[in-house]
Design a protein around this ligand. Structure first.
Ligand SMILES: [Fe+2]
Ligand SMILES: [Fe+2]
Length: 171
């Protein structure tokens, strides 16, 4: 399901007025800058994650909805527009799920080798996104959620982390 949804994001033509309104409602200017510097594919995906959370989680007690939705909209901001070609996204997404060691081995910080660079970006995007968020003055709690969004689920983690991870895998 998540895999199919990610594939359909590759063909999105643009964001709707409602999409822009959602972004404007939850993100301040630095947040919007981070959001709009992502590729349209990632904007579409993060909007789906945010909508899933608004639908399934926001009504629950004890959840910091504001920060959760901010993190949802920004969690993949470490993937900057132009970092990955569409065909490489498909390959890298497959490797992340089914052969993470190969993705790691292929990963090179070398733009002249686009597939290897795409593996590198995919590998570092949580850390890179968190660094960018902190540099722009985004709430440290949101930056931490960005940084950990691919970390394994474990004990002593906040409900926001737990829900963000589930939503990211669902949509
Ligand atoms: Fe991610
Ligand atoms: Fe994601």
């Amino acid at each position: 399901m998540g895999w199919l949804s990610r594939l359909s994001d590759l063909f999105v033509k643009g964001l709707s007025e409602n999409d822009h309104a959602l972004v404007a409602n939850y993100l301040d200017e630095p947040g919007r800058f981070l959001f709009y510097q992502m590729d349209l594919v990632d904007q579409q995906h993060t909007l789906k994650v945010a909508r899933y959370l608004l639908r399934e989680v926001a009504f629950r007690r004890g959840v910091d909805t504001e920060r959760l939705i901010q993190a949802a909209l920004l969690h993949d901001s470490g993937k900057v527009r132009g970092d990955m070609k569409k065909c490489h996204r498909v390959i890298v997404g497959f490797l992340r799920r089914f052969a993470p060691e190969i993705r790691k081995r292929l990963s090179r910080r070398d733009r002249s080798r686009p597939l290897r660079y795409a593996c590198y970006v995919d590998l570092v995007h949580p850390k890179r996104g968190a660094y960018m968020a902190l540099s722009l003055g985004i709430d440290p709690t949101v930056a931490e959620l960005i940084q950990k969004h691919h970390a394994p689920l474990g004990a002593n983690l906040s409900p926001e982390f737990h829900y963000l991870k589930i939503a990211d895998e669902q949509v």
